[in-house]
Design a protein around this ligand. Structure first.
Ligand SMILES: NC(=O)C1=CN([C@@H]2O[C@H](COP(=O)(O)OP(=O)(O)OC[C@H]3O[C@@H](n4cnc5c(N)ncnc54)[C@H](OP(=O)(O)O)[C@@H]3O)[C@@H](O)[C@H]2O)C=CC1
Ligand SMILES: O=CC(=O)O
Length: 361
């Protein structure tokens, strides 16, 4: 099945009365509170054609939309989950939250969210439940473990796992959800803490198409675009490939910063030069200045980047694809982890190279 890209500007500029009505079914207060977000580009013909896709995918699914009363569960309130849940609440959605560390629920409760004491209870009381968890172990435990979300699932409900996990984990959770007669969508996101706060994530979804269409109004609150990629596993695989590239890019950038310094150049100037050329990337402009100062405020924890590289390498091995650059980058993140940098931002991988240079000096 061909992938489908649906871009956000359409929603914001061209939200039709039909789409508004469908959004309202999920988030009763959207109609009253909805304020289109500003976009730098003005609507043009290509956007108009994309926007038609958004509206038609929502409009064709009006019947299944009716099955949902609009209560949204959110499991996992870490760096990503908290701002995402917050955006749903602020847009007027009726949200029930749960997090292993209960204190992280408190700011959301004060914004209007309800709380339940287990994933099972959240799922039992919600029509759609999102999960944003650290890794495969936590994603499986929260979904399939004791008092897990699966136990609260049933026909007419949907489970949307937005954690970054490997393909096998996503398929396993899908099987457990399906066994309860519910729908499953994997929807890992590309974009970090700031895009999560700004509702500018990119969703890489796969699984039940009807659930995808049903939750699209919610994805459009949380993100700027969404891809539907077909069978469960394709979303996870896409996310791992993207993060494999990202992890290698960051490792290479780190080498460049350190080399420039060692040969007597100003690494801040390197960051500026890179930002103006063909290899410019928002990631380099965002992280470069703090990396030069050896500061790594955590947006994407290094341990998660290493996890993603590990699973990307497994994916590559499963199809005998050679990935020597990613393998080398993965080793560097492992070294960084061994230096206690797991919870720093992934840009702290540069410290592994510094330590290496010192060791061999
Ligand atoms: N940060 C980023 O830039 C991005 C992250 N991602 C992915 O999103 C996911 C979440 O990332 P992020 O929010 O940064 O991670 P955090 O480490 O900030 O949050 C992880 C969440 O998982 C929960 N958790 C961890 N272990 C368990 C467990 N055994 N049982 C129950 N809950 C558990 C944590 O609960 P507790 O609070 O109790 O520790 C917390 O809610 C990861 O898969 C990551 O790879 C994707 C895109 C960007
Ligand atoms: O997974 C991390 C991201 O920035 O995307």
């Amino acid at each position: 099945m061909p992938s489908t890209l649906l871009a956000k500007p359409n929603i914001n500029y061209l939200l039709s009365s039909t789409a508004m009505a469908l959004c309202s079914a999920f988030c009763p207060r959207i109609s009253a509170n909805f304020r289109p977000k500003p976009f730098s580009s003005s609507p043009s013909k290509p956007l108009l054609s994309l926007s038609f896709k958004v509206f038609s995918s929502q409009a064709t699914d009006a019947s299944s939309q009716d099955k949902f009363s609009g209560r949204v569960g959110f499991l996992g309130l870490g760096i990503m989950g908290s701002p995402m849940a917050q955006n749903l609440i602020k847009t007027g959605c009726d949200v029930i939250v749960w997090n292993r560390t209960k204190s992280k629920c408190d700011p959301l409760i004060s914004l209007g969210a309800k709380y339940r004491s287990s994933p099972e209870e959240v799922a039992a009381n919600c029509d759609v439940t999102f999960a944003m968890l650290a890794d495969p172990e936590s994603a499986i435990d929260v979904a399939c473990g004791k008092n897990g979300a699966v136990r609260g699932m049933g026909p007419g409900k949907g489970y949307v796992d937005i954690s970054t996990v490997d393909v096998a984990t996503s398929k396993l959770i899908n099987e457990h959800i399906k066994a309860r007669g519910a729908l499953f969508l994997e929807a890992p996101v590309s974009g970090s803490k700031k895009p999560a706060e700004d509702g500018q994530l990119i969703f890489l979804t796969a699984g039940d198409r009807s659930l995808y269409e049903l939750v699209s109004p919610l994805l459009d609150i949380l993100g700027k675009s969404r891809f539907y990629l077909g069978e469960v596993g394709n979303g996870a695989a896409m996310k791992l490939v993207v993060n494999m590239i990202m992890g290698s890019m960051m490792a290479s950038f780190s080498e460049g910063i350190l080399l420039s310094k060692k040969v007597g150049l100003d690494p801040s100037v390197l960051v500026e030069v890179v930002s103006q050329g063909a290899i410019s990337a928002p990631m380099y402009s965002l992280k470069g200045p703090s990396m030069v100062k050896s500061q790594y405020p955590t947006a994407f924890p290094l341990k998660h980047q290493q996890k993603d590289l590990r699973f990307a390498l497994g994916l590559a091995e499963s199809v005998s694809q050679s990935t020597p650059i990613a393998a080398a980058a993965n080793e560097l993140y492992k070294v960084a982890k061994s230096y206690g940098l797991s919870d720093e931002d992934f840009s702290a991988v540069i410290e592994a190279l510094k330590a290496k240079s010192q060791d061999t000096a």
